[in-house]
Design a protein around this ligand. Structure first.
Ligand code: ATP
Ligand code: MG
Ligand code: MG
Ligand code: MG
Length: 562
């Protein structure tokens, strides 16, 4: 690629509204431009890097037995109504109407579309397991789009979905996908950790996030300093069970006996806004109570709860349904409508959770529970808090430390959440209809690009790891007006291409200083400068990472840069 013919609009100044390195550098080095908040054009260099990341993802997905397809980004609302998410996904889902006033969503994720596709085509256990993926733009109307590509409103995701006849089969494929994800992020050169994304209802083995370690990460990872334990703090409440003396019990029973009040009374009583409280839910389970708090800004709609859980009202939910609700949709909660009655459990628990939610920043909603042990007796109580630095690790080995992480991937055992709601069944070996068991697996491709830049930069610009660099070699003529330099430049460019190198050739008539500064910003691993010694058949070869340069004669050039 000749630089005079491509489009790399570099900037000398740090753009005012870009606070983090990857955002600044991708703008300054001419990789992207913002179109609207959270919406970007990927310019030629970014486009090449995205293709390289996608290629790594494709190779690993194909190797794991997943087949690529491409589904529509424009999705009919009926499917989302079937799953119930039309009512629960909230304002993050971009919704629109066609000319006939039919409602559509722009795909934020594709569980609904793929479940309907597979439901219509796969009828027998003989066709299972099935594992399909796509790489596509996703749309989420994020409350606070920020940090450039790290949190966009239109972004590129690889999403995969697997369908199974048994949980064992799901476990096997999950394992394969987990390995594939590890391979992808290792090949991208990232320093990452796979963390437990849910320590709650599903036992912490059924969903993992892949976190790139970075101070600008929006997630906090709790990890053990001596074992492999690592979890997303947001999903790692510590539940301390303890016994109460009979005297204490009497006091507690007095103050904690559930008491029906209207949401208005509760809001007044707790001195919190009704809107905030409406986002919370108290599940009643066999005279015990599990409370789940809303996460994010989901609108709660109690009419549609039936679609979600198959329960008419959540107060009648069985422990299994409660577990499923909390596990399958962490953060989703059922109905506390404006007119609902809610049961107050331990006042202090409600109060502290409400405080926790309000105080933790708009995006850090946590879900949590009270008296989660279903064998609990009246003498057992639970305290809830989130894991803290210095705590003993939950696996019993070592002490908890915190680190910041960027979520670049997420693998999730969905179970039958979608297949049941959308009636996706298959006939088993005995001819009985069973709901398909599902898994889903996402990688933020554009976020991964930015995460790589976060980890690979210096004060001069980006320093790409070789596997995803837009080019292998940056060939530069120091003075393109000089015949000897420009003719040697052209000759080398042709030869290097011929030899199979990926070359960006800076043939522009610009001052050498400008060209070198641009080259440092762009971050290609190897630079070849054709300068004053061109006539003697000598060029300078410089490594971007170390900044070390040396003079190399043309006869040795291929060997030096290979
Ligand atoms: P986050 O917690 O950062 O909002 P998420 O948990 O909502 O992400 P998933 O639904 O798990 O995201 O989607 C799969 C992957 O898509 C994420 O792991 C992440 O890499 C990427 N992703 C999600 N939201 C965005 C976004 N707004 N911009 C860029 N990438 C995103
Ligand atoms: Mg999100
Ligand atoms: Mg997340
Ligand atoms: Mg996620």
């Amino acid at each position: 690629m000749k630089q005079s013919m491509t489009f790399i609009p570099t900037l000398r100044e740090v753009p005012a509204d870009a606070d983090i390195k990857s955002h600044q550098l991708l703008l300054r080095a001419g990789y992207m431009r913002q179109n609207a908040s959270g919406i970007y054009s990927y310019l030629p260099l970014a486009s090449i890097v995205l293709k390289k990341i996608e290629q790594i993802v494709r190779e690993e997905m194909n190797r794991a037995g997943s087949a690529e397809l491409l589904m529509p980004a424009l999705q009919q609302s009926e499917l989302w109504q079937e799953s119930g998410r039309w009512y629960t996904y909230g304002p993050e889902l971009m919704r629109m109407k066609d000319r006939h006033s039919r409602e559509f969503a722009l795909g934020a994720t594709h569980e609904e579309v793929i479940t309907s596709l597979v439901r219509d085509e796969v009828k027998s256990y003989k066709r299972l397991p099935l594992n399909l993926y796509q790489i596509q733009s996703k749309f989420r109307d994020e409350k606070r789009p920020r940090f450039g590509l790290l949190r966009g409103r239109e972004f590129i995701m690889k999403d995969a979905y697997s369908f199974h006849a048994s949980f064992e089969s799901l476990d096997e494929v999950y394992e394969k996908m987990f390995q594939a994800y590890s391979n992808v992020f290792s090949r991208c050169g990232l320093n990452y950790r796979a963390v437990i994304a849910d320590s709650g209802a599903m036992g912490g083995k059924d969903t993992h996030e892949f976190m790139v370690l970075s101070d600008v990460g929006e997630d906090t990872i709790a990890y053990s300093d001596t074992s492999s334990y690592a979890a997303n703090v947001e999903m790692a409440p510590v539940i301390t069970q303890y016994e109460k003396s009979s005297e204490e019990q009497k006091e507690l029973v007095k103050t904690e006996t559930p008491d029906q009040r209207t949401i208005d009374e509760v809001a007044q009583y707790l001195n919190v806004e009704k809107e905030k409280l409406i986002k919370s839910l108290v599940f009643k389970v066999d005279e015990k109570f599990v409370m789940v708090l809303a996460r994010g800004d989901h609108e709660i709609n109690d009419i549609k709860i039936k679609n979600l859980y198959g329960a008419s009202v959540v107060e009648l939910a069985t422990p299994e349904e409660t577990k499923q609700a909390a596990g399958v949709l962490p953060g989703f909660v059922g109905p506390v409508g404006a007119d609902s009655k809610i049961d107050i459990i331990a006042d202090h628990a409600v109060q502290s959770v409400v405080n926790g939610v309000c105080g933790a920043g708009e995006e850090n909603y946590h879900y949590t529970g009270v008296n989660l042990d279903r064998d609990a007796t009246v003498s057992q109580y639970a305290d809830l808090r989130f894991i803290e630095e210095g705590d003993a690790s939950p696996d019993g080995e070592g002490t908890i430390q915190f680190a910041k992480g960027i979520e670049v991937g997420h693998v999730f055992k969905l179970g039958t959440r979608y297949s049941e709601a959308m009636n996706a069944t298959f006939l088993d070996e005995n001819g009985r209809a069973q709901p398909m068991i599902m898994g889903c697996y996402g990688i933020g491709v554009s976020r991964t690009l930015a995460a790589i830049v976060e980890q690979y930069n210096d004060d001069k610009g980006i320093v790409w790891p070789a596997a995803v660099a837009p080019f292998q070699v940056h060939l530069i003529t120091a003075n393109a007006k000089q015949d000897a330099q420009s003719s040697l430049g052209e000759k080398l460019y042709a030869e290097l291409l011929e030899a199979g190198f990926e070359v960006l050739y800076d043939d522009r008539i610009e001052r050498a200083g400008v060209k070198f500064a641009d080259s440092d910003l762009i971050g290609i691993p190897v630079r070849i400068v054709v300068g004053k010694q061109a006539e003697d058949g000598i060029v300078e070869v410089k490594e971007r990472k170390t900044g070390e340069g040396m003079d190399v004669s043309l006869t040795d050039l291929h060997e030096t840069i290979s």
